[in-house]
Ligand binder design. Sequence first.
Ligand SMILES: [Zn+2]
Length: 263
Amino acid sequence: MKRARVGDVEVVALVDCVESYDANSVYVDAAEAVVPLSGYLDSEGRVALNFGCFLLCEGGRTILVDTGWGPEHHGLLPDELREAGVGLDEIDTVVFTHLHGDHTAWNLDRTTGKPMFPKARYLVPRADWDHYSASGSASFVRDVAPLERLDYLDLIEGERVLTPSLTTLPTPGHTPGHTSIAITSGGEHGFILGDVVFSEVDAVLPDLLSTFDGDRELARRTRLAILQRLVDDGSLVGASHIRAPGLGHFVREGTGTRWRPLA
Ligand SMILES: [Zn+2]
């Protein structure tokens, strides 16, 4: 757990779990492109991915972005929330960057089948709802579809104002409805990125295609545009999968970009 501020907004990074993956399973053509970046890999050439969620608190609102990979991956989100001093019933909104299973797994209490966050509305990007209700992934059926039956679900699209400082922004490519959250408060900027960039490797090499992206070319264009924006406006960035706890800034380095973790 790590806290930071963007103007009046408190940003709390919560780490559900960390797992390492062979670079070849994360990136297309990783063998040539990623080896020179060995400083970002562990001794076995693997990329350590954070599986992070973020709390955004402003003026009595408590918003949770994504719900992690859950009990099957020994996720610690409930402990992280306890450490942050936030009760499950204090969260008024859960908003999803997208509906992959590593972002939705604490939606429901697995023993009771009831929503884990009983006083929250769960905001789901409509394009992801449409895509996964048609294709029916296992995690969608388990974690997301029940929210509609329980009347906890609201579909969102485009730019949705969540609070005076928080607005959703479509960032498609990883999934059709992939969504980020832009923070603007007191002249400062922040951005909850989701999976637009996975690790420090594709911050340095933003043209690198990822095996995890549904539409790789659209994801690449989104990644380049968003990196440019975040370097230009100096946003504090909360990234789902970049080195735990996933808070930092993208800075220009040479012709590319580098991730600078928050000290
Ligand atoms: Zn993810």
